[in-house]
Write a protein that binds this ligand. Sequence first.
Ligand SMILES: *[C@@H]1O[C@H](CO)[C@@H](O)[C@H](O)[C@H]1NC(C)=O
Ligand SMILES: *[C@@H]1O[C@H](CO)[C@@H](O)[C@H](O)[C@H]1NC(C)=O
Ligand SMILES: *[C@@H]1O[C@H](CO)[C@@H](O)[C@H](O)[C@H]1NC(C)=O
Ligand SMILES: *[C@@H]1O[C@H](CO)[C@@H](O)[C@H](O)[C@H]1NC(C)=O
Ligand SMILES: *[C@@H]1O[C@H](CO)[C@@H](O)[C@H](O)[C@H]1NC(C)=O
Ligand SMILES: *[C@@H]1O[C@H](CO)[C@@H](O)[C@H](O)[C@H]1NC(C)=O
Length: 305
Amino acid sequence: MAAGAGLALLAALLAAAGAERSRELFEFSEAKAPSGELFYPAYDLAEFSWDSLRLNRTALTAELRGAPAADPGGAFSNGSLAFRLTAYSSAGRAARLPRLLHSAESCQLQFLLAGVAPRGNGSRFLLQLATVEAPGAARSLRSRRSIDDEYTPSIFQVLSLLAQPHNSSSVLGFLQWKATAYGSPSPRREDGIQCRAGGLQVANGTLPMASVVQAYFGESLGSSCTISALNVSFGGEEGEVYQEKRYLSWSVLLGFGEPPRDTFSPLVISIAAVALGTPLAMLLLGSCLLLLARRRRYSEYEPIN
Ligand SMILES: *[C@@H]1O[C@H](CO)[C@@H](O)[C@H](O)[C@H]1NC(C)=O
Ligand SMILES: *[C@@H]1O[C@H](CO)[C@@H](O)[C@H](O)[C@H]1NC(C)=O
Ligand SMILES: *[C@@H]1O[C@H](CO)[C@@H](O)[C@H](O)[C@H]1NC(C)=O
Ligand SMILES: *[C@@H]1O[C@H](CO)[C@@H](O)[C@H](O)[C@H]1NC(C)=O
Ligand SMILES: *[C@@H]1O[C@H](CO)[C@@H](O)[C@H](O)[C@H]1NC(C)=O
Ligand SMILES: *[C@@H]1O[C@H](CO)[C@@H](O)[C@H](O)[C@H]1NC(C)=O
């Protein structure tokens, strides 16, 4: 029963996800030259050959795996790129890092790169996402910092790509992620790969859209829809996690309405209480001692006759 509802939701979200697609995978090296970064030819996901969708009805997952149809360099000879969608039958928190908080109306989308050989020494990957918004709505990118990293150790930044109508501040839908990817199928904190988002740009007319998106939005796609693009890059200067592990997993929560928001955990509240409370208690103790000392000093005076 719950599984059936979950799968129906999965299908609905897959349809919604059609409006938010990854278009290209770039790979670049930080060159020493003043020109900055060196880009390799991009992998266009429209030119990939994809396996048929793999559904797992117990885990409520759907996975689409593919590789470039033509791969002269052989970078994908042992590797593949995949998107995995996980639906949830109830609200909760994912068991694996980054342990995103989810509701029953949201699902998790994972971008997985496994075994793909990097073309350069220490090169990094960059994924370009495109979103299509119906007339009357627009996307905006929000970044929020929190002091609470209990569920995602050492990660303090949460990013959201929100769809909002022009005439109100309500949220129609969202993509939400933490500023990290992981270099392992069973991620630990030390497998973290830095994830950075570029600016959101209006890409009206510059991005060719897939036929599924065209079918979904119909005629309005060319005339009144707003197409936005966002680049998300993986890996920082310091860690060469991908080079070593040949694995990258980036998780995004996708859903309708307001994105779920982490509240402060009791652990963090008690740590804050202790951290703030201790100096206060010491201050009180200090003033008590001072009062005592002053009283004693007064009593030490002998009455002068
Ligand atoms: C489906 O997912 C369950 C739970 O994660 C797993 O035990 C099972 O092997 C998966 N089935 C297939 C066919 O992959
Ligand atoms: C693919 O794997 C084989 C065996 O593990 C290895 O010899 C080969 O170098 C790998 N190719 C790439 C492009 O990594
Ligand atoms: C790649 O990097 C390693 C370690 O930084 C270095 O030893 C090696 O020479 C580099 N290879 C190339 C082709 O630049
Ligand atoms: C916003 O605009 C839509 C149509 O464009 C309309 O249906 C809706 O009532 C409006 N909402 C507000 C709060 O004005
Ligand atoms: C492009 O984007 C603008 C908003 O910046 C929007 O008003 C317009 O309808 C979009 N579509 C086209 C085809 O220009
Ligand atoms: C993403 O990066 C590529 C490569 O640098 C660039 O061509 C493209 O314009 C960027 N897109 C956005 C939305 O920044």
